[in-house]
Design a protein around this ligand. Structure first.
Ligand SMILES: Cc1cc2nc3c(=O)[nH]c(=O)nc-3n(C[C@H](O)[C@H](O)[C@H](O)COP(=O)(O)OP(=O)(O)OC[C@H]3O[C@@H](n4cnc5c(N)ncnc54)[C@H](O)[C@@H]3O)c2cc1C
Length: 390
């Protein structure tokens, strides 16, 4: 049975998320304009406020499940700001990889560490199997050599999950992931990017030069190379089935913020948006805003569907890509269309829509671009392998 009802508990958590989001907004512009500062893990106002994700732990079986609620909370937080949070958890993309592919012992050992994830290299972006960073076993240590770019949270994280090949001839099957911590010899963060949007989020470049790490830092611990299929590569790719819907939710939260801001401006001018009105009686602006909001709602439904599948233990490879493709595209087009309606007001730094417009751009790029998501969807529909359709 499909049920879209939110319980009292659900609503309480979402109201709290929104209350906090409004406070986070007050800090958003500062960290946007001071790119070299790190947004704090805890705002000065944080005392007495609970983290909405922790509040999800108080839900009963009659409330909406964690997969759905976590996406609603995610979108609710970015409705305030992409980066600034009342309380920011230490988790980053590498933590999701650890949960997806680490041994139980590794998960326990590193559960409190903030871990970034480094796949992208100067010559390897969308085609992630083209990784050139190497890992060679030398006694009881792996020796890593290579360069990584665009690593989210790379400056702030305690360590990083690094994709490297143990055998270039083996292609995808030779790619493994390794955990490297700051301070390990041969590992350096070399650069912090300056960006169009999400400026308060650090994006780093890093170098591994004869970087020695213990043998048991191989994520999952499997040193063999699978004869068929992608071996561990497939396992780590599963990380994205968990995180791609979240990326879409992040973008859609900001798109909703732009819609709500635009509605407020129109309301001040006496223009109400009434979904119940007849299409023929609406002005062009009313119709445009209703279409933008319908697109955002539809995209959010693809997000909720994909996480519901994974929460139910069902495969969601295609649905996670649908959510990311749809969510990424709609969040950037929705904010752009809102700017169109707002005119000059949309681009002044006195207000946040121009920031949401810049911040949403990334949702259609990282964790696989829109084009790459469409390739994945096509492969699933046509039952083609990545070699047959790339
Ligand atoms: C702010 C930011 C944060 C990031 N965070 C991380 C991170 O934490 N960890 C990490 O490893 N990486 C991260 N990335 C890297 C990101 O995942 C890559 O930028 C992305 O995968 C695209 O790779 P590329 O930039 O090399 O572009 P390219 O792969 O060179 O692609 C350029 C264009 O060609 C298109 N294209 C490429 N191949 C195909 C194809 N086969 N069919 C159709 N079109 C295609 C792409 O869609 C894109 O439009 C981040 C990037 C940014 C900007």
């Amino acid at each position: 049975m499909i049920d879209f009802t939110l319980t009292e508990n659900d609503q309480k958590i979402l109201n709290e998320t929104r209350r906090q989001a409004l406070i986070c907004r007050e800090h958003a512009r500062h960290y946007d304009e001071h790119e070299d500062d790190f947004a704090p893990d805890e705002l000065p106002e944080a005392k007495g406020f609970q983290n909405p994700y922790f509040m999800l732990g108080t839900q009963t079986k009659d409330d909406t499940g964690f997969p759905i609620m976590s996406m609603l909370v995610t979108a609710g937080q970015t409705w305030g700001d992409y980066t600034v949070r009342m309380h920011r958890s230490g988790a980053a993309l590498g933590n999701a990889a650890l949960r997806a592919s680490g041994t139980p012992e590794q998960q326990e050992r590193w559960k409190d560490k903030r871990l970034a994830m480094a796949i992208t290299e100067p010559g390897c972006g969308s085609d992630s199997k083209a990784v050139q960073t190497t890992a060679v076993l030398d006694g009881d240590e792996w020796v890593l050599n290579g360069e990584k770019i665009f690593v989210t949270t790379g400056c702030k994280a305690d360590g990083v999950v690094v994709w490297a090949t143990i055998d270039k001839e083996a292609g995808r099957a030779g790619i493994k992931s390794f955990i490297v911590f700051k301070g390990m010899p041969g590992f350096d963060v070399t650069h912090k990017e300056k960006k169009l949007g999400i400026r308060a989020d650090d994006t780093a470049a890093m170098v591994f030069k004869d970087c020695r790490i213990p043998r048991d830092h191989l994520l999952g611990g499997d040193e063999t190379i699978a004869k068929k299929g992608g071996g561990g590569f497939k396992g780590v790719m599963k990380t994205f089935n968990m995180t791609r819907p979240g990326v879409a939710a992040i973008g859609l939260g900001m798109a909703q913020a732009a819609i709500d801001f635009t509605k407020g401006v129109l309301a001040d001018e006496g223009i109400e948006i009434d979904w119940g009105s007849s299409k023929h009686s609406r002005s062009a602006i009313q119709q445009e805003l209703i279409e933008i909001e319908a697109d955002v709602d539809a995209a959010m439904l693809t997000v909720l569907h994909s996480v519901w599948l994974s929460g139910a233990g069902k495969p969601n490879n295609m649905e996670a890509s649908i959510a990311k493709a749809k969510g990424g595209e709609i969040s950037r087009t929705a904010t752009s269309r809102c700017l169109e309606i707002l005119g000059g007001l949309g681009i002044t730094r006195d207000y946040l829509p121009e920031k949401w417009f810049r911040d949403t751009r990334i949702t259609d790029i990282y964790e696989g671009t829109g084009q790459i998501q469409r390739l994945i969807i096509a492969r699933e529909l046509l039952e083609y392998s990545s070699a047959q359709l790339s």
